[in-house]
Design a protein around this ligand. Structure first.
Ligand code: GLC
Length: 487
């Protein structure tokens, strides 16, 4: 794979001429440009990554190849999208980051769902402690929420959005394959998280619920979006982590029996590259970020894209440029030298505020103990843009691979148009991520009879999870198994 070509995918809005009154010497400009070269991906490289992702998808779906595949292509057991007939009151649980959310969702025949919710912090010692402590904490939050709503004794159907890679063999069981995103609670990997939650609920003995469905956040995002937009066929998250799901033809899902209909596949694309496939484009900063993480050698694609790592990548580059004496007069503050201090939210704030001048950026740097001149700001802005643009382009390669894969499922159609439902803080808050990604997807799918559209998906973990639970409950009833009463 050739990493560089003449057609550099340089971030568009960069002022690489530094054409302000505060010009740097040509050697500084040259040095900064050189240092950031490793973040540029040529169109040829992106095409290559798209092809590799497509191959990985086929490998993950294949019976004989799944075991060695890094992109696991996990069946979600969501086969039907909502049709507007869903009805009832549901409890939705959402665990996937440093917050745990409990939501009460009322669905009424296609009306806008009514929701009430509460956010609970997941303390570090809970995330990295014992599994029992983690699930006890979740059960306690549920009990508090239900007490507040005076619903502790109502047997509500529950949809559990658990945003980690899980092997499922039905909609209401999920065996955690491995933790991601800084979680490491002991004794959970390899276990069914629904059973662990039921046990925690039983230990308390004061709440009555029936856990009907466990879903990945990408799947909830797709479901939530499909409720409003009928041609929605994929769900993408670019937040703390990054992942995508899409509707695949059952006949291509070799690990499952049956050829009829569709299956929503949770790709777990974050693990793309864990077999070395991305080594040619990973740079020293990527390796440093990986080494400092709890899951070294894992989720390498995610670590180049998502919010948990983007700010840290920028911080490492800024440290290096300071060491090279082209930034901050060669003096790094303690904060700049500290892991995690340069938040991904800063990257979004910096790039959003640049058209209004550098005051916001100077404030951020000031709070990090850095006195920044205009010329420093230009460099910081440039670094942020290079890192976020690379993330958007890499994400685009993944989406283009999915688009090509879906396209192949509909050879009879002259043109295939579909929507990707998207959620996640990076996608929502970064000023150019969405635009850069959509633009690159357009390029990578050009001339292939595909038109990919993107739509913000609202509350996949609440509305989406409730819809999935409602559909699961309906199918259960239709199969003549009677009303769901849990267990
Ligand atoms: C991580 C998880 C995945 C989730 C994604 C977005 O990649 O492994 O399950 O969908 O983060 O939250």
């Amino acid at each position: 794979m050739s990493k560089k070509s003449n057609k550099m995918a340089e971030p568009k809005a960069t002022k690489m001429d530094f054409n302000s009154a505060f010009q740097r010497t040509p050697s500084v400009i040259f040095h900064v440009k050189q240092s950031m070269e490793d973040f540029y991906l040529s169109d040829d490289t992106l095409e290559q990554i798209t092809k590799q992702m497509e191959e990985e998808m086929v490998k993950g779906l294949g019976k004989d190849t799944n075991e060695s595949a890094k992109v696991k292509m996990l069946p979600s057991f969501v086969q039907a999208l909502a049709d507007g007939s869903e009805n009832g009151t549901f409890l939705a649980l959402d665990l996937g980051g440093t917050n745990f959310r409990v939501l009460l969702v009322k669905l009424e025949h296609g009306e806008k769902p009514e929701m009430d919710s509460q956010i609970y912090k997941m303390p570090e010692e809970v995330i990295t402690g014992s599994g029992e402590k983690l699930f006890d904490h979740i059960a306690q939050c549920m009990a508090e929420f239900l007490t507040r709503l005076n619903m502790k004794h109502v047997k509500l159907p529950v949809g559990f959005t658990f945003s980690f890679p899980c092997q499922q063999d039905r909609i209401d069981t999920a065996r955690l394959i491995s933790w991601t995103k800084g979680f490491s609670a002991e004794g959970v990997e390899g276990m069914d998280v629904v059973s662990l939650l039921r046990e925690a609920i039983d230990r308390r003995g004061d709440i009555k619920v029936a856990i009907i469905a466990v879903v990945n956040d990408t799947v909830g995002t797709l479901m939530s979006c499909a409720y409003d937009i009928r041609d929605c066929m994929a769900g993408l998250i670019v937040g703390t982590g990054s992942n995508c799901c899409y509707m695949e033809k059952m006949k291509n899902v070799e690990l499952l029996p049956g050829d009829e209909g569709d299956m929503c596949i949770n790709m777990e694309w974050g693990a793309f590259g864990d077999d070395g496939a991305l080594d040619i484009i990973r740079n020293g900063y990527d390796r440093e970020v990986d080494c400092a993480s709890l899951n070294k050698g894992k989720q390498l694609y995610e670590k180049m894209i998502s919010g948990m790592y983007m700010g840290e990548l920028v911080r490492l580059v800024l440290c290096k440029l300071t060491e090279d004496k082209v930034l901050f007069d060669g003096v790094a503050s303690e904060s700049l030298k500290t892991h995690g201090k340069f938040e991904t939210a800063f990257v979004s704030q910096i790039e959003r505020n640049v058209p209004n001048g550098y005051t916001a950026l100077q404030n951020i740097l000031h709070n990090l103990g850095l006195g920044a001149l205009h010329s420093d700001c230009e460099i910081v802005e440039y670094v942020c843009e290079a890192v976020s643009t690379r993330a958007a382009y890499l994400c685009a390669a993944g989406i283009a691979a999915i688009a090509r894969k879906i396209r192949a499922n509909y050879p009879e159609k002259e043109e295939l148009e579909f929507t990707v439902g998207v959620d996640g803080t990076v996608y929502r808050k970064h000023p150019t991520f969405a635009k850069n990604m959509a633009h690159k997807v357009g390029q990578l799918t050009e001339g292939r009879g595909i038109n990919v559209k993107f739509a913000l998906s609202y509350d996949g973990s609440g509305k989406g999870a409730a819809l999935i639970t409602a559909v699961a409950a309906r199918l259960h009833m239709e199969k003549g198994k009677g009303e769901i009463v849990g267990r």
